[in-house]
Each structure stands twice: as C-alpha cells, then as structure tokens.
Design a protein around this ligand. Structure first.
Ligand code: NAD
Ligand code: ISE
Length: 335
C-alpha cells in the first residue's frame, strides 16, 4: 500500500484525495496539508479516519507515514516542496505546471538528477486521454502522411480573481504545449501571441482571449485559442491536419435532448468531467510504478521543456514579437 501525503487541498487536491480513496488500487491518503487549516481538515475527512492534517508541506514530507507526495498547491508554490521531497527521497506526483518559470524548473531538474533517482511524475493528464491517444496512434501509423497544422481551442467557462494574464500560458496553455510536443514528437522552436478583441466580461487582471501560435523545429504549426472566460462551457477541441487526412478528437457521447421546442446537447462545464478517466489513469499509473521505482508518465524534463515554451509565450504575449524557444540540451539522466 503506497501511503500518500497530499499538499494543497483546493478543488484539484480534493479531487485527487477522493480518487485515491475511492478508486485507485494500492494506495491511500495518510496525510494532507494546506496553508488554510480549515481546508485541510475538510479534505482529510474525504480520506477518512486517521488521515493527518498539516499546515505546511515540509512537516508532511518529513512524516514517516508518508511514502509519496502529491503536490497540488498552486504552480507558484510547487518549487520548495519539490526540492524538499527530492531531499527526502520521496516519490512525487506534481500537478502541472512543474514550476511557473523555466529557471525554477531547471533548479528542480538539477536537484532530481543529483539525487540519482527518477522521482517526479507530472500531471499532464491529457497524455492519458483516449481521444488524444487515438490521434497520436493514427499519426504514428503514417497512413495520413505527416502532420502539418494543429487547430485547437482551450476554453474555460470562467476563472477566479486570482487568475492573472500570464496564467493563460503557464496554467492553461501549458497543457497544449506539452500535449502537441508529445503528439508529433517534435520540440517547439518559435512562438507568437495574437490578441484579438478582448471580452469585457472578465476581471481587469486577466486579458482574454488570446491566439497562441507555436511552430515546431520541423515546421508543424499549432494555432491555439485560449478563452478562459467564455461562459458557455469547458470546451476543448483539437484537429490535426495531415498531408492525407484531418484527425479530429472525438468528444464523449452525450444525449441530444428535445423538449419544449428546443433540441440540445449538454456541454461539459469542467475539466473534472471531461478528463475524469485521464486523471484516474495517470494516478493509477504513478502508483503502479512505485514498486519498481520508475516513472512511466510525463517527467521533470517534460516539465522543463514545457516551461521554456511557456516563458517564450509569455514574452511574446508581453511584446507582440515572434520569440525563439531556448532550452538547455537534454541531460543524460533523462535520455
Ligand atoms: P485552488 O486554488 O482551488 O487550490 C489551491 C489550494 O492550495 C488552496 O486550498 C490553497 O489554500 C492551497 N495552497 C496555497 N499555497 C499553498 C502552499 N504553499 N502549500 C499548501 N497549500 C497551499 O487550485 P486548484 O485548482 O486546486 O489547483 C491546484 C493545482 O492543480 C495547480 O497546480 C493547478 O494548475 C492544478 N490543476 C490541474 C488541473 C488539470 O487539469 N490537470 C486542473 C485544475 C488544477
Ligand atoms: C486548470 O489549472 C487546469 O489545469 C485546467 O485543465 C485548465 O483548463 C484551466 O485553464 C487551468 O486553470
């Protein structure tokens, strides 16, 4: 039984605690922590009797009843707990982003490499989503020729006041940054951000929407609409245009409802619905690999690589320029 300590008991933290407690095989949540004590107490109730409550990550990481740590605090708070957990030699699952800057990701990557053990799996759960796996597999067969263009949208119904403009990149677009590099097996080379007419319906600390353009080293070009206050749904779409075919991600089946003269289909309203199975799969995979001490899912290098592209996109967002993505070479430890 893998005994897991969860740091960060907000919406995603509670979702993972519920998953591990009720679905994941071979694991249990033995401790939780949150800077907001009341939040931690409520989250501990999901895990059930005996779950310990802490108000800082350091104490939770040091607990001998914690074998592995799940970091689900906001991105800006990940680095210190990652370093602490690496020092303690504990297995880690870290929600995306690894850290909010490439420099911080590099510090974490160097600390992990120095420890000599692969400890971190990153929460890029879309790699576990059936729809994306099917497209990656279709590309791999070669039947449709080379991928050329990827059109995609990442729309959220709304975001809180704490969500500010750069988060459109390092909290939201970070999913597509990782996903498409993985899907076409190529690294990003240049990026650009176009700011269309802005919605008047969002708070003034976040500009919205954006069109983010990312070009890989072989020229595959991704155009991504990020619209985080679209109001109507959690609307994620993707079409990969290849030389001999266009591959569109399938959506889960939903009923068409006819009533009172209206025909309608319910729209997904949150990531917890659309990616439910993907979250289950990524956590199960992380737990299953614990006995062998390996990481099969996205790792620290993937987190760093996504962060260099995110840094470039934030610069492009601020300057309006086309920005080159600069990265260090892949360390031998991650080859
Ligand atoms: P949230 O704001 O709902 O919750 C964050 C929680 O962390 C709060 O309870 C806050 O009190 C606590 N916190 C803040 N600083 C802390 C610290 N230093 N130590 C411990 N707790 C701290 O945010 P959320 O939506 O739950 O997001 C948390 C993480 O999960 C982020 O990294 C986010 O990007 C990620 N996330 C991923 C997905 C996904 O689709 N993979 C979806 C949602 C969130
Ligand atoms: C959130 O943190 C997530 O990861 C969601 O999947 C994403 O859609 C949202 O924009 C992020 O804020």
């Amino acid at each position: 039984m893998l005994r897991i300590g969860v740091i960060g008991c907000g919406a995603m933290g509670r979702s993972h605690i519920d998953r591990i407690t009720h679905k994941t095989r071979g694991a249990a949540v033995t401790a939780v922590s949150d800077v907001f004590e009341e939040g931690a107490r409520k989250a501990a109730e999901i895990a059930g009797k005996g779950c310990k409550v802490y108000t800082n990550g350091k104490d939770l990481i040091a607990d001998p009843d914690v074998d592995a740590v799940l970091i689900v605090s906001p991105g800006f708070a990940h680095k210190d707990d990652l370093i602490e957990a690496i020092k303690a030699g504990k297995r880690i699952f870290c929600e995306k982003p690894l850290c909010t800057t490439a420099e911080d990701c590099k510090t974490v990557m160097e600390a992990e490499a120095a420890s000599g053990k692969h400890l971190i799996q990153l929460g890029f759960m879309r790699r576990y989503h059936k729809g994306y796996i099917q497209i990656k597999e279709s590309i791999r067969t070669g039947e449709y020729g080379e991928p050329l263009i990827i059109h995609c949208t990442h729309r959220n119904p709304s975001v809180p006041e704490s969500y500010i403009t750069p988060m459109t990149v390092h909290d939201t677009a970070i999913h597509e940054i990782d996903l498409f590099h993985w899907m076409v097996n190529d690294d990003f080379d240049t990026v650009q951000v176009i700011t269309p007419k802005q919605t008047s319906l969002i708070h003034d600390k976040c500009r919205d929407p954006h069109i983010m353009i990312m070009k890989t080293k072989t020229g595959v070009t991704v155009d991504l609409e990020v619209f985080v206050n679209c109001l109507f749904g959690y609307d994620i779409n993707c079409e990969v245009v290849c030389e001999k075919g266009a591959l569109t991600m399938g959506k889960p089946m939903a009923p068409v409802i006819k009533t009172a003269g209206i025909k309608s289909t319910p729209e997904t309203m949150e990531c917890y619905d659309l990616f439910k199975e993907a979250y289950d799969e990524e956590i199960q995979n992380w737990v299953d690999c614990a006995a062998d001490g390996i990481i099969e899912g996205p790792n620290t290098w993937d987190g760093y690589l996504a962060a260099v592209t995110a840094d470039a996109l934030i610069k492009a967002q601020q300057t309006g320029e086309i920005v080159r993505v600069e990265s260090v070479g892949k360390p031998d430890f991650y080859k």
